[in-house]
Write a protein that binds this ligand. Structure first.
Ligand code: GTP
Ligand code: MG
Length: 138
């Protein structure tokens, strides 16, 4: 059984959409096996998104991700990484399929409501960034 890392972004927590987003994961067969609400500092957001440091949107992305509360989660299920990305939809909500979280809730390519790991290696790294083994209860 696979695990992936998910984050509900500040645009969504500010609009009180946490429960609506978690319900989408659960309806898709993903189980929340760890969860915590945090407000990242700019330095923590920069560390989490270090892989994007060379991208032109890095400053905007890290300022946004430290602009309000986030909910960090570990999701578990068969093919969880791919399934989560399907439920999230395309990065830009303008390109996201009907019924996806980003189609229904995202405001823009930057304020796009959710993050999800893109591969097994990044899932393991991102889970370890936020959670200790004791905090993950399958
Ligand atoms: P994540 O699940 O968040 O990693 O999304 P992704 O894999 O679909 O997108 P990618 O890894 O390419 O980009 C990471 C994040 O950077 C996106 O989710 C957006 O929030 C942000 N981002 C990507 N492109 C842009 C952009 O052109 N402008 C801004 N402001 N943010 C962007
Ligand atoms: Mg990505």
């Amino acid at each position: 059984i696979e695990r992936t890392f998910s984050m509900i972004k500040p645009d969504a927590t500010k609009r009180n959409l946490t429960g609506a987003i978690v319900a989408r994961f659960e309806a898709a067969g993903l189980r929340v096996v760890a969860s915590k609400r945090l407000w990242l500092s700019l330095r923590q957001a920069q560390a989490f998104y270090a892989v994007h440091a060379a991208r032109p949107f890095y400053g905007e992305l890290t300022e946004f991700m430290s602009s309000g509360p986030i909910v960090a989660q570990v999701l578990e299920g068969e093919g969880a990484i791919l399934k989560n990305r399907e439920v999230m939809g395309a990065t830009n909500p303008a390109n996201a399929a009907e019924g996806t979280i980003r189609k229904d809730f995202a405001l823009s390519i930057g304020e796009n409501s959710v993050h999800g790991s893109d591969a097994p290696e990044t899932a393991a790294e991102e889970i370890a960034f936020f959670f200790s083994g004791l905090e993950i209860v399958g």
